[in-house]
Design a protein. Structure first.
Length: 255
């Protein structure tokens, strides 16, 4: 049994040296190959197969969506039972589904990512999910490792915000990100390829500007849903996967 007490207590947990760094280097190679021909390929979002999004995570950054099964290493991670075992342990269910696969890239000079709560953007009730972030590069405070407000996941749902300036999304009347928030300890998750950062959908997190001159900060992010859930879109709902959902508001999400 994997110890998830820190995750349940803090909303985030760092697992060190879980995978061979060479696997992350191979995932980085897949990223490089896609981004090298980004101008020449089209998004493809099949209705019945998982996809992966390659995303320069900054204002105006490039984003490419392709079928996940085109990429051997990313598929290896996405369907690895280690991730599902943690979701099953936290939520005490064997019904665990892959929801989203994204490679986030924060290039040198990329600006601040506002503090936010992932659950704000996901149209599910209940919003039982976990995110697993694997660094593909050495991630330092200077290249802007993610920061987490420890214990903030216990506050419950917050409004979706603009990732770049932190302003509340129009039409979202849920509490603002820091309303009622205690002065939480901020923990910086510096990490290296092979490590895995796991976080709750409700924990507040963000990152500052990448102040390095040449260090990319790329991370392979996997998100899994736990148990049955209904489609419950809100003003902040977004994501490539929404195009693959075949349910009306209030209906169970299948597939």
């Amino acid at each position: 049994m994997i110890n998830v007490v820190p995750l349940e207590r803090d909303g985030v947990q760092l697992f060190q040296a879980i995978f061979a760094p060479a696997l992350l280097r191979e995932a980085a190679r897949e990223w490089d190959e896609v981004m090298a021909v980004a101008a020449d390929i089209q998004d493809e979002i099949p209705l019945d197969r998982p996809v992966v999004r390659f995303w320069d995570h900054e204002q105006g950054g490039k984003s490419i969506v392709r079928p996940l099964d085109e990429f051997k290493t990313m598929s290896f991670f996405a369907f690895n039972p280690w991730f599902k075992s943690i979701v099953a342990e936290v939520y005490q269910t064997q019904e665990v589904r892959l929801l989203e696969t994204i490679i986030f890239s924060k290039r040198p000079g990329a600006k601040t990512l506002a503090f936010h709560q992932d659950a704000s953007y996901f149209p599910f009730d209940p919003n039982d999910q976990l995110t697993f972030w694997r660094p593909m590069d050495v991630v330092t405070e200077q290249s802007r490792a993610l920061q987490y407000a420890i214990g903030s996941h216990k506050e419950g749902p917050k409004a979706a915000v603009d990732f770049h300036d932190g302003s509340r999304m129009d039409g979202d009347d849920r509490p603002t990100v820091w309303s009622g928030a205690k002065p939480y300890e901020l923990q910086t998750m510096a990490c290296v390829p092979g490590d895995v950062v796991v976080h709750s959908p409700f924990v507040l997190h963000g990152s500052g500007q990448n102040t390095t001159k040449e260090n990319l900060r790329r991370g392979l992010s996997l998100r899994y849903l736990a148990g049955p859930t209904k489609f419950a879109p809100t003003a902040g709902s977004g994501g490539t996967y929404i195009q693959q959902i075949r349910a009306s508001p209030g209906e169970l999400v299948t597939g």
